[in-house]
Design a protein. Structure first.
Length: 761
């Protein structure tokens, strides 16, 4: 612990409890056996579990002394406040004052970087404000400007360890005139953390979930978990405890600190740029040696990085957050920068096995929607399957988070159902159907409920590129306990399903699977080509799930053109048996595109329909499954009749060429129009319509008539918006909706669209 930490700890202690400067000795304690004879500690109820929390005071002592704490109640406001209101201008205000050709960016630590554009290709960056004579407080960050709660406390982020392992600590009463002592059993990892965090001379005030929440009161636990994001966001500092290692971690932490200082991370989009690079504090090898990479990988293999809860705990923390292993620490923002640096170095990242597992800690969260944020954490572990959602509430859109009340008394399936219904009602969308893969689910719940606890609960790589239901909102009715009535249209019936594609089978087998897929369909145009597009183009687009440059409104070099990708696919199809396609492409860039394609199709099967459509579907699809588009759902969904009463079981989402851009509902675009995708903040995309003859672009669908009493309104993307949205206002009533009124069921039926109500169970 450095001197700054000690000084701040003393300040915290003085403010929290001036009447208790020293702990009261527990006399007669010659060993752990004396502590074991104490009565167990009994929690007193919180007066207001929705507002109050417990804090603990960690009394001073040597490393080998018994752990002594006291526990007291405190009331928190809804939001933390800074000690002194900031005088700094907002980024927009600062930008307005800058000279021409200057811009300002904000780092993840909150500092401004000023950028001067010297040409189309070159930008100079500096910390100093270019406005001569400007007061530094107008653009600088002060420690007193960082919001935190009063009373101040530090929050601990750690792994609980194996159940049952541990020992007792001493809990001392808060009354110095009549001290009393009790024992509290803690797991060994936490006892070790408290021993290392404890100072020899002054007390330290902490919030630790396993101590400050009564783990035996499920109702209190639900209230406290709901406030977890507020607790970590308002902590003076978050300390992530990584445990201790047999060999010192100091060298690895120094190396990560050095790497982190090579770059600054700018804004939510995580642009990366060197700025006035400091002198090299270490003599390190570059490119990084295998030995150094092994040390970093060993550091990243720590169990702390596996936990789901830690992502929320440190991502919500302020810039004082630190990672601590033994006595060694590194600021969390500096650690983030180091990981970003390593992830951007192809040679380094290939040598780091555990780097991908840490992605939720350093990749941008931006404006991720609810299901995107949850799926980002699919590989992180937690004990209770309900925590797959509860443990991420601080990272999801605030509107939906406020509607989810953690309830550990409800069965897992019921808890998941309540979450889905809340999201569906709030957004007017069926985004959950993008995650209803049945072949990997274990939860006891209806088929239309995703299994959030599955490691295979993944960020769907197909739905939001398709816009299959256009700008529609869902039309549903929930019938307790398990049925969901949804409105949509049956578009096709499955006729054949291939083997599942798996990257784990090896490159040669992967190519053989794709060759089999390519040879399966009947090539007669009237049967296999309802879109009028050549099958080779359909197949090539399918392997990229629409990620071709022609599909984008503003073409990007990160996507191949359809022609270039089709040529690359032809080379894959011509690859001799037993050969790797990477050996025949002759260039690394092509190999990367092949790798991406294998990622997009991994886990999917090739499906065909009697109507001639082809695409990617769940591997447990069968002949006779119905391919439907539901209003408010971005991709087609396969369902299967499960009872004579007409109830259907959801099989999962699909990627089907020819059912994108609401073609399955509204029909094809009139010539010369076609749809393209435009990026929005976060992971969202927007459909824009292009006239090939005139070059015109518009957001108004040429297949739909006049808006009548409605008017499209501009709307900046907000965190709570659905994946696909536009806003419209009724000029007469003032009603506002986030979907196109011309896509409401009655309006579609008036256009002759054959809509049906399906009952999903």
């Amino acid at each position: 612990m450095d001197d700054t930490t000690l000084e701040e700890s003393r300040s915290l202690e003085e403010e929290l409890s001036k009447e208790i400067q020293h702990w009261t000795p527990f006399e007669g304690t010659d060993g752990d056996s004396e502590i074991d004879q104490l009565e167990p500690y009994q929690y007193s109820p919180l007066a207001n579990p929705e507002r109050d929390i417990r804090l603990l005071r960690l009394f001073p002592g040597r490393f080998e002394d018994p752990i002594r704490i006291s526990i007291f109640h405190a009331s928190l406001a809804d939001e933390p406040k800074p000690r002194r209101p900031p005088t700094r201008l907002t980024r927009a205000e600062m930008k307005a004052k800058l000279p021409p050709d200057w811009d300002v960016w904000e780092t993840i630590e909150g500092h401004y970087i000023f950028c001067e554009r010297l040409s189309d290709m070159w930008v100079r960056k500096q910390w100093a404000c270019p406005i001569e004579g400007m007061d530094p407080s107008m653009y600088s960050v002060s420690e007193d400007n960082i919001p935190c709660f009063e009373p101040q406390y530090e929050a601990l982020s750690y792994t609980w360890g194996a159940p049952g392992a541990g020992d007792n600590i001493i809990v001392q009463s808060e009354l110095p005139e009549t001290p009393s002592f009790r024992r509290l059993s803690l797991q060994s990892n936490l006892i070790l953390a408290l021993s290392c965090l404890r100072d020899a001379n002054s007390a330290r005030t902490l919030w630790i979930d396993s101590i400050c929440i009564n783990q035996y009161d499920e109702q209190e636990k639900g209230h406290q978990v709901h406030r977890m994001s507020v607790i970590y966001r308002g902590a003076y500092r978050v300390v992530a405890w990584l445990g201790t290692e047999k060999r010192p971690a100091n060298q690895t932490i120094q190396l990560l600190s050095f790497l982190g200082r090579q770059v600054e991370i700018l804004d939510d989009e995580y642009d990366c740029a060197p700025v006035e690079e400091p002198p090299n504090p270490l003599k390190v090898e570059y490119p990084l040696s295998r030995e150094r990479l092994r040390e970093i990988d060993d550091f990243l293999s720590n169990r702390w990085f596996e936990r789901l809860w830690v992502v929320q705990e440190v991502r919500l923390a302020n810039t004082r957050a630190v990672l601590q292993q033994g006595r060694d620490t590194i600021p969390f923002t500096l650690f983030q920068r180091a990981l970003w640096y390593l992830d951007g170095d192809a040679q380094a990242s290939e040598g780091l096995y555990f780097l991908a597992d840490t992605a939720p800690l350093f990749r941008p969260l931006g404006f991720r929607t609810f299901y995107r944020a949850i799926s980002m954490l699919r590989g992180n572990k937690c004990v209770d399957p309900r925590d797959k959602v509860y443990g991420a509430l601080g990272l999801v859109p605030p509107g939906i988070a406020a509607r989810i009340q953690p309830d550990y008394l409800r069965p897992v399936g019921d808890a998941y159902r309540d979450i889905v219904l809340s999201h569906m009602e709030y957004t007017g969308r069926l985004e959950h159907l993008e995650y209803t893969h049945q072949f990997v689910r274990k939860v006891d719940a209806p088929s239309w409920i995703p299994d959030f606890s599955s490691r295979h609960f993944r960020e769907s790589s197909c739905g939001f590129q398709q816009h299959s239901s256009g700008l529609s909102r869902c039309e549903t009715r929930y019938e307790s306990p398990n049925l969901l009535h949804v409105v949509g249209k049956q578009c096709a019936t499955v006729s054949a399903v291939s083997d599942r594609f798996s990257r784990r089978d090896g490159m040669s087998q992967a190519i053989a699977t794709l060759k089999l897929w390519y040879s399966l369909p009947n090539r007669e145009p009237t049967i296999t080509n309802p879109t009028g597009v050549a099958f080779s183009d359909v197949f090539a687009t399918m392997l990229q799930q629409g990620r071709v440059r022609e599909r984008r409104h503003e073409g990007t070099d990160s996507f191949l053109t359809l022609g270039a990708w089709r040529n690359l696919m032809d080379r894959m199809m011509a690859c001799p048996p037993g050969k790797s396609p990477l050996s025949i492409t002759g260039e690394r860039t092509s190999s990367l595109y092949i790798h991406d394609a294998f990622t997009y199709v991994n886990g999917w099967a090739f499906i065909q329909t009697y109507e001639g459509y082809v695409g990617l579907g769940p591997p447990d699809a069968k002949d006779g499954d119905l391919l439907c588009i539901f209003l408010g759902c971005a991709s087609p969904v396969l369902i299967r009749e499960s009872s004579p009463g007409g109830h259907f079981r959801v099989i999962g989402p699909c990627y089907v060429y020819g059912l994108h851009d609401a073609i399955g509902i509204l029909g094809p675009f009139p010539e010369p129009w076609h749809g393209k995708l435009e990026n929005r903040p976060g992971t969202r995309t927007r459909l824009v319509y292009h006239n090939n003859d005139t070059g015109e672009y518009t957001y108004d669908d040429p297949r739909l008539g006049s808006l009548g009493d409605w008017k499209r309104i501009e709307h900046e993307t907000e965190h709570d918006d659905p994946e696909i949205f536009e806003y419209f206002r009724n000029k007469t009533t003032g009603e506002v909706m986030n979907s196109d009124p011309r896509m409401l069921p009655d309006a579609l039926k008036a256009r002759g669209v054959n809509l049906t109500t399906f009952v999903l169970g």
